[in-house]
Design a protein around this ligand. Structure first.
Ligand code: NAD
Length: 501
């Protein structure tokens, strides 16, 4: 096969699948399982091959992470040295943007320009997290009287399992892994079975950057087998899961065995709330982006438009005009805005929602067309008006480029509609009225709010959801704290007062 970096530079498909073994205790690991081939959803051709770990393979990975944590080869290093390794990782990611982006696009179907952007942004997250290695700290209490001193010591939680989804494989991993490492934890990563290769390439870069063996291990395979076993594992101290709400629920139950700490980043049904005084051109462009970006396969997709009745028609027309210019197609063609749907199952699921929308009496404004010719899966961005707030289109996470439009007359109705779903991941508010914006950002139930913008931000602010969108936060200084435990220490100064005089 031609060198991978040459293929990436030429944006040619590989002539045979790129093989990526697992990574345990600092070495490639093949185990006894067979290679499973992944076809590019944008090309219908086999592009990569990965392995399906057994529970035994997982046990080896957890044991390696356990040893690496317990002997302090990573947690015992000064923050300065941990930061130096993470900064080197960031540099290596930057040096390998083209190859990582190429592999990401082949497996996920996202446009190549978007993949390059995500990999580059991920390097920035590693840099940010590196700095935190020297900042994370505990607390002290000198108010407990002359004979007592209090300390709150912040320590790494231990061995962490990180389970990631297929929609942003490299970026989402980079919103979690460097923070766990900054805290001093060791890790077993289980990437999504459809998109494991960039995680495995990253593992090699970690070693090149000087990360000690065993600190990060990657096992691949089925979520129902190896993901479940990781969540249940008695020797894992925390599980950080990013994926769908139903699977998150089962991870929560599985974690109960040893009461491991749990972080869950789950689904969303995120409203774009547009008040009558909003800048409709700004909003229209963002609404089109919010539903079409990553073909709508985005936890924070703005999949519901909740708009004041007086501007609904005008706004929908403007959104339609923007979407008419969106190019959907070959993800390796840098001129396309939207690539492929990740796989047949997801494609069928989205089409099912489009059919249900029509059946339920919603009005199809644009899109609705889908093609799966040659095992290449594309769906045109789709907008439905007159969607009933209780219908599947308005309530369920479609995870595709399908926008459901509902209208309101009063502020209270807007908030009620925005909050009227089981999720609470993200929301966008569009208004020129400062007071209205603040009142809504207080009342809307979501972990993340964007005012007059959407799907933006860096690692400084925390991410996560309320209600059935998750538990805990990632990124920001809060993101590191998630991977720590607090220990309270009372120090007696002088003699302890006697119980029996
Ligand atoms: P998924 O829940 O099907 O799978 C996610 C990961 O969990 C995969 O690695 C999968 O192999 C693994 N898994 C499957 N069954 C498991 C089990 N029983 N135990 C442990 N792990 C298991 O989700 P997906 O289809 O890969 O991703 C799409 C979903 O992820 C959407 O619901 C989306 O909203 C959500 N998501 C959330 C965020 C966030 O930050 N909130 C980010 C991205 C995606």
């Amino acid at each position: 096969m031609t060198d991978l970096s040459e293929l990436a530079a030429a944006l040619h498909l590989p002539t045979e699948p790129v093989r990526a073994p697992m990574f345990i205790d600092g070495k490639d690991f093949a185990g006894a399982s067979d290679w499973v081939t992944r076809k590019s959803p944008g090309h219908g051709m086999p592009v990569t091959a990965t392995l399906r770990a057994s529970k035994g393979d997982l046990d080896l990975a957890v044991a390696a992470a356990r040893r690496a944590f317990d002997d302090g080869r990573w947690s015992g290093l000064p923050g300065e040295q941990r930061a130096a390794v993470l900064l080197k990782v960031a540099q290596l990611i930057r040096d390998n943007v083209e190859t990582l982006a190429y592999l990401e696009t082949l497996e996920s179907g996202k446009p190549i320009g978007q993949s390059r952007g995500e990999v580059t942004a991920a390097a920035g997250i590693w840099e940010y997290a590196a700095g935190l290695a020297r900042v994370v700290h505990g607390d002290s209490h000198d108010t407990l009287g002359p004979d007592m001193f209090g300390l709150v010591v912040r320590q790494p939680v231990g061995v962490v399992g990180i389970v990631t989804p297929w929609n942003f494989p490299f970026f989402i991993l980079s919103e979690r892994l460097p923070f766990a490492l900054t805290a001093g934890c060791t890790v077993v990563v289980k990437p999504a079975e459809l998109t494991s290769t960039t995680t495995l390439r990253l593992a090699a870069l970690l070693t090149e950057a000087g990360l000690p063996d065993g600190v990060v291990n990657v096992v691949t395979g089925l979520g129902s087998v190896v993901g479940q076993a990781l969540a249940e594992h008695m020797d894992v101290d925390m599980i950080s899961f990013t994926g769908s709400t139903p699977v998150g629920r089962s991870v929560l139950a599985a974690a109960g065995g040893n009461m491991k700490k749990v972080g869950l980043e789950l689904g969303g049904k995120n409203p774009q709330i547009v008040f009558a005084d909003a800048d409709l051109d700004d909003a229209a462009d963002a609404i089109a982006f919010g539903i079409a970006f990553n073909a709508g396969q985005c936890c924070v997709s703005g999949s519901r438009l909740v708009v004041h009745r007086s501007v609904e028609q005008e706004l929908v027309e403007r959104v339609q005009a923007v979407l008419a210019k969106v190019r959907v197609g070959d993800p390796l063609d840098a001129s396309n805005h939207v690539g492929a749907i990740v796989e047949a199952r997801q494609f069928d699921k989205i089409r099912g929602f489009i059919d249900a929308g029509t059946r339920d009496g919603a009005q199809l404004v644009c899109g609705g067309t889908a093609s799966s010719e040659g095992e290449r899966f594309f769906i045109q961005p789709t907008v439905f008006r007159n969607v009933q707030p209780g219908s599947a289109l308005a309530q369920e996470e479609i995870f595709g480029p399908v926008l459901a439009v509902t209208t309101f007359d009063t502020f209270e109705q807007a908030i009620q509609l925005a909050n009227g779903v089981p999720y609470g991941l993200a929301a966008s508010i569009w208004t020129r009225d400062l007071q209205g914006a603040f009142k809504s950002l207080r009342d809307v139930q979501a972990g993340r709010i964007w005012v007059n913008c959407t799907i933006t931000g860096g690692p400084e602010l925390p991410i996560g959801g309320v209600k059935q969108s998750g538990i805990g936060r990632e990124t920001g200084r809060y993101g590191v704290e998630e991977y720590t435990e607090l220990k309270s220490v009372h120090v007696q100064l002088g003699n302890r007062p006697r119980w029996i005089a």
